[in-house]
Design a protein around this ligand. Sequence first.
Ligand code: CAA
Length: 241
Amino acid sequence: MSRVALVTGGSRGIGEAISKKLKADGYTVAATYAGNDEAAAKFTEETGIATYKWNVADYDASAEGLAKVEADLGPIEVVVANAGITRDAPFHRMSPEQWNEVIGTNLTGVFNTVHPVWNGMRERGFGRVVVISSINGQKGQFGQVNYAATKAGDLGIVKSLAQEGAAKGITANAVCPGYIGTEMVRAIPEKVLNEKIIPQIPAGRLGEPEEIARCVAFLVSDDAGFINGSTISANGAQFFV
Ligand code: CAA
C-alpha cells in the first residue's frame, strides 16, 4: 500500500509542486489549503489530489483535519509542513498583527501540523517530517524580521524533532529554498526584486518550485533514512551556511 503524505499549503506555489511530485512517486497525497477554494478545486480537478481546508495556525482545526485525512486515506506517514505566509515590512513599521500572523502560520503551524500525528509515527516506528524553511531564516532579510524569525525557528524544530524521533524510525529535516518563482516572490515590488534580490543570486535566476519538490522527495524516501536533522539549501549559490 502506498504511504500517505500530507502537504500543508499543498495546492499552490512550492507546495503544489511537492504534492505533484510525491503523487508521481507513488504516495497517496493530501494537500491542505487555508482559503483559496477556487485554486484548490482546480488543483484537485487537474491532479486528482484530495484537498482539505483548515487554518494551520489553529491547533484544534489542525488536529480535527488531520484525523479526517487519516480516516479517509490511512495513517499519515509523511508530513511536509510547507504552509507559509509573508507580511513584510521594515521593523520600524511592522505591526503586532504582522508579527503574530506570521508566527501563527509559519512557526506554530508546524507544531500544529506535526504534533497530532507524532504519536502515530512513534507507535508505527516510521515517519518522515520535512519543514520548508527559507534562505531568509538562515541569513535574515530586510523587511522580514517576523518571517526570518519563524524560518530560523523551523530549523530549531527539526533539529530537536530529529533527536526525539531517531530511535523510533522518524526523520525530521528542513529544506531552505532561496527565491523561487512563486506568487509569494512575485509579490515583492518589481524594483526591489530586480535591483536588490536577483543580483544577489549567482545563478542569475529564480528557482523553480520543482527544484524544491525534488529535495523533499529525496528526504522522505527510504534512501534518506540516515539523514536526520539536516537542512538542504537550494538557493542558486545565494548563501552558504
Ligand atoms: N536591502 C537594503 N535596502 C533595502 C532593501 C534591501 N533588501 N529593500 C528595500 N530597501 C530600502 C529601499 O531601497 C528603500 O530605501 P530608500 O528609501 O533609501 O530608497 C527603503 O528600503 C524602503 O524600501 P521600499 O520603497 O521598498 O519600502 P516599502 O515600505 O514600500 O517596502 C519592504 C519595504 C516591504 C521591505 C519591501 O522593500 C520589500 O518587500 N522587500 C522585499 C523583502 C523580501 O525579500 N521578501 C521576501 C519575500 S519572498 C519569501 O519570503 C520567500 C522566501 O522564503 C525567500
